[in-house]
Design a binder for this molecule. Structure first.
Ligand SMILES: Cc1cc2nc3c(=O)[nH]c(=O)nc-3n(C[C@H](O)[C@H](O)[C@H](O)COP(=O)(O)OP(=O)(O)OC[C@H]3O[C@@H](n4cnc5c(N)ncnc54)[C@H](O)[C@@H]3O)c2cc1C
Length: 381
């Protein structure tokens, strides 16, 4: 498939990543699903091959390449399985906060080990009582001398168990109005006293993806770990959510393409009533409808990626892509499972896993309802 933002070098990169994943991920993926965890060694192998944070400065261990390489990585990881989404979160969601808002000293301290996979990152915004309504978080960070003292709890945190470095949204001012002006971002490292993990959460799907609760009890964080300025955390999150939601849209599109391909293959080989099920008009219409949705999704997504890479503010369109492409993927999963008949419900068929994994894409990175509120607001409603 030709994408306007990809050149020959990206294709070469894709081939080498695919080869790597065929050796290091595909054969182990089922085991990781059973273990409910991806081993840290997979991260360090990704790092050794230059597949972690390729877009960051060479002086910090990156390759200083364009974001097209990140698109390739997200697509290829999704083709293995949605459970690898934590790698994309590290590369394209968490580390970019440090590159964008970190001081030179912070970058020097944290970025090199993010590119090798020695440091795994996470971002902790959501709390047990607050997800969509981020300005209402309750985790506090009180400055006492040269430390912030953090108290609170976070939940549903991707990479939560493995994470060595977590960007935590907290309130440094609880009295200021509007409330979002009291939100700041602190970088909390694994060994800070008072930081512990809660439960590793048991999910409907994404079984190998590590999702956890994080607990902060009088957690002492040096004030040099503040990211950017106090009170600007909410603005930083809004700024970075464009790329986060684009990454979710890219994964949803890749999942749709994958499900369609596996289903076309299946209906051409399965027989009923003396012919392949691909010969029934209902099957053909369903496949034709899905193929149309996939093509249209790809065209919209590719245009958006170009605009995002060009530095444009495409928040409204990214919100459209996020809700539409994740909902399309969910519909495609349901229809593809139906076309697989009883086998589609069996774990040994990949469509079963896709069916379990995809619905959460409509929930995380901002729910699809929140996407629609953003679109409506930006349309002047
Ligand atoms: C697998 C997984 C991984 C995740 N990873 C992370 C992570 O790494 N870091 C992190 O911080 N968070 C993470 N999350 C949390 C995720 O971002 C939140 O679950 C999500 O933002 C929704 O918040 P909530 O669950 O509190 O739902 P709520 O905010 O309680 O929403 C419940 C329902 O109400 C609807 N709703 C809420 N407000 C409105 C409104 N204004 N208008 C219309 N409808 C509304 C929602 O759309 C939803 O349908 C993850 C979640 C999951 C499931």
């Amino acid at each position: 498939m030709n994408h306007p933002y990809l050149q020959e070098e990206h294709d070469i990169f894709r081939m080498s990543l695919r080869k790597f994943l065929e050796k290091e991920a595909f054969p182990y993926y089922e085991k990781w699903e059973t273990d409910r965890m991806i081993p840290r060694t997979f991260w360090t192998k990704m790092g050794e091959q230059g597949f972690l944070c390729p877009d960051i400065d060479e002086k910090y261990g990156g390759s200083e390449v364009d974001w097209g390489y990140s698109v390739v990585i997200n697509e290829e990881l999704e083709r293995v399985g949605s459970g690898l989404v934590g790698v994309g979160l590290h590369n394209d969601i968490v580390v970019p906060y440090i590159t964008a808002f970190g001081t030179a000293e912070q970058k020097k301290r944290w970025l090199p080990s993010c590119t090798t996979g020695k440091t795994i990152t996470a971002i902790a915004m959501t709390e047990p009582g607050t997800g969509s309504d981020l300005a209402n978080i309750k985790t506090t960070a009180k400055l006492e001398g040269d430390h912030y003292v953090v108290n609170g709890q976070k939940t549903f945190i991707t990479n939560g168990i493995h994470a060595d470095l977590v960007i935590v949204a907290c309130k440094t001012d609880t009295s200021i109005r509007p409330k979002h002006k009291g939100v700041s971002l602190l970088v909390i490292e694994r060994d800070h006293p008072g930081f512990s993990r809660g439960r590793k959460l048991d999910k409907v799907g994404l079984h190998c993806q590590d999702t956890a609760e994080l607990i902060f009890e009088d957690c002492k964080v040096p004030k040099e770990n503040l990211l950017g300025e106090e009170g600007k955390g909410f603005l930083y999150m809004m700024d970075k959510l464009q790329q986060e939601r684009l990454v979710v849209a890219i994964a949803a599109q890749a999942a749709s393409e994958e499900m369609l391909e596996m289903t076309i293959e299946y209906v051409k080989s399965r027989e009923a009533f003396g012919r392949t099920i691909s010969q029934f008009q209902n099957t053909q219409f369903k496949i034709a409808e899905m193929a149309t949705e996939v093509e249209m999704g790809r065209a919209f997504l590719d245009r958006l990626i170009v605009e995002h890479m060009g530095g444009k503010n495409v928040v409204t369109k990214v919100s459209m892509a996020k809700w539409k492409l994740t909902e399309t993927a969910r519909n495609i999963a349901t229809q593809c499972m139906q076309l697989h008949g009883g086998y589609g419900y069996m774990e040994e068929y990949k469509i079963a896993r896709r069916y379990r994994d995809i619905p959460v894409a409509s929930i995380y990175a901002g729910t699809n309802e929140i996407m629609k509120t953003i679109i409506a607001k930006n349309l002047g409603l």
